[in-house]
Design a protein around this ligand. Sequence first.
Ligand code: SF4
Length: 388
Amino acid sequence: MKNESAAATLGDRLVMSAKKKAAHSEALAQGRHEDFVIALLSWYRQNKRDLPWRRTRDPYAIWVSEVMLQQTRVDTVLGYYDRFMRAYPTVSALANADLGEVLTTWSGLGYYRRARLLHQGAAAVRAVGLPKTAADLERVPGIGRYTAGAIASIAHGEATPLVDGNVARVLARWFAIEAEVSRGVGQRRVWELAGELVRMRSASEDAGAFNQALMELGAMVCTPRAPRCGECPSRHHCEARARGLEHRLPIMTRKTAPVAWRRVALVAFAGARVLLGRRAGVELMNGMWEPPMADATDQQDAKTIAAGLARGLDLAASRVRVVGDVLHVLTHRRMMITVVRAELPVRARVSKKSPVLAPYDAFVLADPSARKKLACATLTKKLIVAAQ
Ligand code: SF4
């Protein structure tokens, strides 16, 4: 019975979805949304934020900005973008740089996988440069559908869509899409609508301006919790507003709670120097420097684990003591790290012959100025501060 009713619900949703899709397409075909495209572009011209990546059509600069903006606020990205573009002004400059150096420049921005993929993508196109069309851009390692759409439309004016969280929210409300927009039917529908809209943009505007206008509307007016419908250029065309659904849409997938992860970190000082290990061969934080860490259970003694890490490196640690816990939340994990402080002889050395402790492939004792030149995540700074 349960399966039958689930199938019926899914069938209903598909039928509803097909009807709604036909209605939307009809409205678009009749040009009823052309006014709204014009109103949106006019609003964008008057209200867009002046951002450095909006002053260029350089596809590489747009690529860097789009990667940085994934899961990160504009205010945070601004400083990092300038620093990164000064360090690596072209695709070939980035491709020729050492990955460790790139990660150092990225330090503090988080989600380091993005920097690794950017570097990998630059290396793949070093000889030929970035392709121009969205279809070709998607073949570059690390460039997905959204980023390909952004580069192709903004840099080259290709009438190709892009859908990020802002665009999905705006379209889900405009067209009252009552299906999850992050997957399945709803996701396909927002991409289709974004494609139909970008192709009907005003002839005097380019596709890049239209795509950015949609994103800007989502970021500034059609915000997740409190859409400012009174200021919205599409308020007279918005189905969600007309039906009082603006606070209920879009329907979002319920996020799974981050998995708890208990760890122990050894923060060992040799005078002003701190012991750091470079993570290698692991997806998470690969190439980043951090105080050596090991997994733990609630029953295990943190001091014993930390002392074992020091012994594994042939280091004589003394005054080993637990200083407290540090919470660090990642997208899918909630790390609770017990910080164990230890002291090493002031002249302690870690040689290249030191035994390797997985997942680390190198260790250093780095003073504060040396640490600035290493790729260190925010967590590394948190752990060192906690132990000082
Ligand atoms: S009218 Fe309101 S809900 Fe509709 S698109 Fe504008 S801000 Fe969003």
